[in-house]
Design a protein around this ligand. Structure first.
Ligand SMILES: Cc1cc2nc3c(=O)[nH]c(=O)nc-3n(C[C@H](O)[C@H](O)[C@H](O)COP(=O)(O)O)c2cc1C
Length: 140
């Protein structure tokens, strides 16, 4: 259901459940070796000739993560990969690129705690760049 640039839906998805193939994914990754232990993973393929293809990859990955979490399924992503090896291992068509991989699984322990995120005042400006944003001064 995720939107994409001009609603082109230029993406494809490979569902990886086989343990051996999850191992392959881990070997092809530079920042997601953990995927070897995932219950399953989805390789998100997008069409790199569209300037917005990585934005669309992020949109669909985040939506999958939110939908999964709704069912108590945790997930992580990786974008660091030996792209040539991954695209060969999974026989990916040359007009597509592996943009992001999302791995899913039930968490081994209860996930609690606060997210480590920058304060909103550091990220948001009011009306123009640099003008401080005060969350107490929102118009109603
Ligand atoms: C060790 C490590 C590796 C990560 N690798 C990637 C990556 O390859 N691609 C990516 O988009 N984000 C990567 N991230 C960022 C995570 O996707 C996530 O945005 C961040 O850790 C915040 O997670 P949280 O929502 O659980 O706090 C990585 C984070 C960590 C800690």
């Amino acid at each position: 259901m995720t939107g994409s640039g001009s609603n082109i839906q230029h993406w494809k998805f490979i569902l990886v459940q086989d343990r051996e193939n999850l191992g392959k994914l881990a070997r092809d990754s530079t920042s997601g070796k953990w995927v070897e232990g995932a219950n399953f993973a989805v390789i998100v393929l997008t069409t790199p000739t569209f300037g917005f293809h990585l934005i669309d990859a992020g949109r669909v990955a985040q939506n999958m993560q939110l939908a999964a979490w709704n069912y108590g399924v945790a997930s992580g992503v990786f974008t660091g990969m030996n792209r040539a090896a991954l695209e060969k291992d999974f026989e990916i068509s040359s007009d597509l690129t592996a943009s992001i991989v999302v791995g899913f699984g039930y968490p081994l322990r209860k996930i609690i705690g606060r997210k480590n995120r920058k304060p909103i005042e550091e990220l948001v400006f009011a009306e123009r760049y640099g003008e401080p944003f005060d969350p107490q001064q929102l118009k109603t």
